[in-house]
Design a protein around this ligand. Structure first.
Ligand SMILES: Nc1ncnc2c1ncn2[C@@H]1O[C@H](COP(=O)(O)OP(=O)(O)OP(=O)(O)O)[C@@H](O)[C@H]1O
Ligand SMILES: [Mg+2]
Length: 233
């Protein structure tokens, strides 16, 4: 079996600065507004993981995973790649907790990646139903992140979590931050923010945090039929 060192995103500049891609034993966060390519990017990582002979457990918490999109991204080796992807669809935040708690039982040596897309969608749905439980749900989200960090470390895999954003008023202007900002940013080793531009196909990606601690890196990405890739302006 091939030894996995990193999982590339497939976006050249980001992979260069991450020394080949997302790190094993760490949790990384990709956050941004709707339709900014988060699912496309993590699907691409699952494809790159499969092309290195390793399995992905894809937790589709917002029910948006599309086999058609996977087919577009993989094309010729769709069958081989889909065989290395296991999909789970929790229906509520408690089911997501169960999936995360049991990861240690599913994740064997043949796995390279766990994706949770979108980690905060069921959390947000539950808060919308019962605002009074916010503190408790926040604590549970923190517990899930701690579990993911532990699994990443003990099983030597990459964990990728995605999150949508909330708008916060910061003195004179509005900033977008991931939902449950403090919890997610605390546990994430690498953070990529995906920002929309005037052209819906072009995304501004900001590498906010990386193990190398370089200045935040900004680059443009283009979403098309084949996935999401570097776009030179
Ligand atoms: N075949 C394709 N060709 C070009 N663009 C596509 C194709 N398939 C999807 N897209 C575009 O990709 C974008 C959606 O990407 P994606 O689902 O990865 O975003 P997301 O950030 O995960 O969104 P959400 O927050 O809603 O989950 C949309 O703008 C859509 O138009
Ligand atoms: Mg998505």
């Amino acid at each position: 079996m091939t030894v996995l060192y990193k999982i590339p995103t497939g976006c050249k500049k980001i992979d260069e600065i991450l020394d080949g891609g997302f790190s094993l034993k760490k949790v990384s966060l990709i956050y941004g507004e709707a339709e900014t390519g988060k699912t496309t990017l993590v699907t691409q990582c699952a494809v790159n993981c499969a092309r290195r002979g390793c399995k992905t457990l894809f937790v589709d918490s917002d029910g948006t995973f599309s086999a058609r999109r996977l087919f577009q991204i993989t094309s010729r080796d769709f069958k081989d790649i889909s065989e290395l992807m296991i999909l789970m669809k929790p229906n509520n935040f408690s089911e997501q907790a169960i999936v995360i708690d049991r990861l240690k039982d599913y994740i064997t040596e043949s796995f390279g990646l766990v994706v949770i897309d979108t980690l905060t969608s069921l959390y947000r749905a539950e808060i919308a139903e019962n605002y009074k439980k916010t503190f408790e749900l926040n604590r549970e989200l923190n517990r899930q992140m701690a579990c993911l960090a532990q699994i990443a470390k003990t099983q030597r895999i990459v964990v990728l979590a995605t999150s949508q954003v909330q708008s916060l008023f910061n003195e004179a202007f509005v900033v977008t931050e991931p939902i449950a900002t403090r919890v997610l940013k605390f546990w994430a080793d690498t953070i990529i923010a995906m920002r929309p531009t005037e052209n819906p196909q072009i995304i501004k990606a900001i590498l906010e945090k990386s193990p190398k601690k370089v200045q935040p890196l900004t680059c443009h990405l283009k979403i098309d039929e084949t996935g999401i890739h570097e776009y030179l302006t």
